[in-house]
Design a binder for this molecule. Structure first.
Ligand SMILES: [Zn+2]
Ligand SMILES: [Zn+2]
Length: 193
């Protein structure tokens, strides 16, 4: 019925990609497809900010995705910004097909602390849910533990669960069901005499 395309932009460690792949499969019940990695997104680098333009990377990721992908999750190690904010953890098209996630500020090393792999995994899972949630049409949620609550700093991310609250979950299930039905319809009709 389709798949979530996982697209890596620039260098990202295999174990993190492996983790996200499994997490997305378990959470959404879709196949995931790992697309060929893209090179470091130098085209999106802003030399003055020493950061990368999130919108341009997301656009490029969508250009690279296969047409039958239900969703595209691009994952990068570079630090992202949009012009009005000093940084973003990720970006998504609201009710669109694409989401982008940066690991840069999810690492303990970014804050001068020793590396913590399990913590990186858990933060990446939460932010993947968050950005994909937007692409499924969800807006920010007032429940602080919900993956869809807005995080402006890493402590707020750590305070969230790597799942949606019941209300947001119901919306995601509804969206996914609609997508599945829509994807299944043409084949079903072709089966008819
Ligand atoms: Zn958000
Ligand atoms: Zn929620």
């Amino acid at each position: 019925v389709g798949a979530i395309d996982l697209l890596i932009v620039g260098p990202v460690e295999d174990d993190v990609v492996e983790f996200l792949d499994g997490f997305l499969r378990r959470t959404f019940g879709y196949e995931t497809r790992r697309m060929a990695s893209l090179p470091n997104p130098d085209f999106a680098r802003d030399p003055r900010r020493a950061q990368y333009d999130s919108t341009r990377i997301l656009r490029e990721a969508l250009n690279q995705a296969s047409v039958d992908a239900i969703q595209v999750l691009a994952v990068t190690g570079v630090d992202l910004f949009i012009p009005m904010l000093s940084f973003v953890y990720g970006q998504a098209q609201l009710k669109g097909r694409g989401a982008l996630l940066s690991l840069a500020r999810l690492r303990q090393e970014f804050y001068g602390l020793p590396p913590d792999r399990p913590l990186l995994y858990s933060r990446a899972a939460k932010e993947a849910l968050h950005e994909l949630g937007h692409s499924f049409g969800l807006v920010h949620c007032p429940v602080p533990s919900c993956a869809m609550s807005l995080s402006s700093n890493i402590l707020q991310i750590d305070a969230k669960n790597s799942e949606y609250c019941p209300g947001c979950n119901a919306l995601v299930v509804e969206t996914l069901t609609t997508v599945r039905v829509r994807a299944a319809l043409p084949q079903h009709e072709e089966d008819r005499p």
